[in-house]
Design a protein. Structure first.
Length: 139
């Protein structure tokens, strides 16, 4: 799903229904690759058709994560239970914009420094990529 989800589901109910439908049509073990512009990058901010920031918050659609948060009484919405889906985030990464990518490659910045920069500044991470695996226990 390259550059799709950020255009869909401005309302939470619609977004949840989209993920529910993706889950419904996939078999156990299927993978979905999500590629979206990072919400703090100009590619996201300056495009009028982008209606939803998609982040590593996709982990909220994992039953395992939601169950852990409930046990620990953490204030996170158990979206997997609400949407009746179960995705395991098996991979996630930020694609860095320049000059950040080069600085990391040249080791003039550490991964920790880059992650701090992503939290504090715009136009550090260009994209967020994630691979979700569909988990259907009764398959």
């Amino acid at each position: 799903m390259p550059h799709v989800l950020e255009h869909l589901g401005q309302r939470t109910e619609v977004y949840s229904n989209i993920l529910s439908e993706l889950y419904r049509v996939c078999c156990h073990g299927a993978t979905i690759t999500v590629v979206v512009p990072h919400p703090r990058h100009g590619d996201f901010l300056h495009e009028a058709t982008h209606v939803r920031a998609v982040t590593v918050g996709l982990s909220m659609f994992s039953c395992k994560n939601c169950e852990e948060w409930i046990v620990k009484a953490q204030a996170k919405t158990p979206l997997a239970m609400i949407a009746r889906v179960n995705f395991d985030v098996v991979e996630s990464e930020f694609i860095l914009d320049e000059p950040w990518a080069s600085k990391l490659a040249l080791k003039s910045l550490t991964q920790v420094q880059v992650m701090e920069a992503i939290k504090m500044h715009n136009n550090v991470a260009k994209e967020t990529n994630a691979v979700l695996r569909v988990i259907k226990e009764n398959s």
